[in-house]
Design a binder for this molecule. Sequence first.
Ligand code: JHZ
Ligand code: SAH
Length: 395
Amino acid sequence: MSRYINFLDLGAQPLANNYLKKRELYKKEIKYRLKVGIDLNNKLVSINKPLSSKMMFNNSYPYRSSMSKTMIHSFKNLAKIIKKRFKPRIILEIGSNDGSFIKNFSKKKTIGIEPCSNVEKITKRKGYDTYPDYWNKKTAKKILSKKGKVDLIYSANTISHIEDLDEVFKSINILLKDDGVIILEDPSLLECLKRNTYDQFYNEHIYVFSLIGIENVLKKHNLKVFNVQNLKIHGGSNRYFIRKKSHLTKINSSVKMNRDKEIKYGLNKLSCYNSFAGRVKKSKKKLKDLFNWIKSKKKTVIGYGVTAKSTTILNYCKIGKNYISYFVDTTLDKQNKFTPGTKIPIYKYRNINNKNIDFIFLGAWNFKDEIFKKEKKFVKEGGRFITHTPYPKII
Ligand code: JHZ
Ligand code: SAH
């Protein structure tokens, strides 16, 4: 029997990555009620009514991994580790997006699975073997018949986007060699709660995983985590190294350490999530107060990096054009469009000019180090940033 309990209500939300064209501004947007809950049986935290994959991931998907140097470096470093430690002959990536990870390997060694054909094409054009498919048993069997079993399966920021986790791991078990390795990487629930980053919840993030949640899912598929790496990426992510139970040799001490850390924080108890929900409500009020104060001083705010996460913040806190004049972003498919729900214009990123801008709201707060490095001049000339994490403040 499921023991799923809602603990957070983030209100009516549009599709997080559905940037609006000018002609769509007066059309009714699809909205859904974003609630978050926990299944107390397996400790999986998820949004309560996931939308279909086809609705979210199709041939007009705008997200490109390559838009941040931080991601490019992270993928490059991981590729080095993989080559050195696991020496795989064939690697499969689930959710390969624009090829930012697989481009670190030779073309003969990789297979990419990416259902958004507009993005998949980018990698295919570079000569990589990619498939415009969703990851499931049918896809796994197709690859098996064409290529045989693979040595390593990598997936970053993707498994958390797929509702049926049993199907994910059954499909992995079809294609992975018995002594193969799985590496998964997703935002950490512990960091999300610690940093009050409630914006990790939106329609695409069906789950925000903890190690204890992941372990409960893997158990059913005879898979086991043998190492956990804590990463700074996306405001704190975990990289899980997994093997088939039958071929497990050693379990790194990081697994127990992370499990203990999560249990000590209370991730196995509902009370921990209820206090998080309380902090989120306070965060909303504080952010709104901050924006109102800035407005009363007649200062100008723009947004920097329009993210799926910022869709949640802006719609939950009801921050629209009256508070943020426009966003800038380097992603071609987001430019000259408008933010979902709040309809704030999005422009191509150009050098920031202090003359007309007093504050920058960090939509891409997860890349703040990269952005601060780029915008030294703005700060030197008196410009300031606004963030909502760990609590709303001016930096
Ligand atoms: P970023 C997306 O989330 C959606 P989002 C998805 N669900 C997910 O899990 C993660 O990605 C992986 C821009 N930018 O990565 C680029 C600049 O303009 O936080 C991006 O549009 N200038 C699949 O949307 C955005 O910010 C810069 O200097 O929350 C960052 O988006 C930098 C560094 C970024 O993902
Ligand atoms: N791995 C990249 C991209 C993350 S974006 C990175 O970490 O930056 C998530 C990607 O997963 C999207 O490109 C999306 O199309 C893909 N995706 C979503 N559902 C999927 C599914 N069921 N099977 C395979 N890929 C999926």
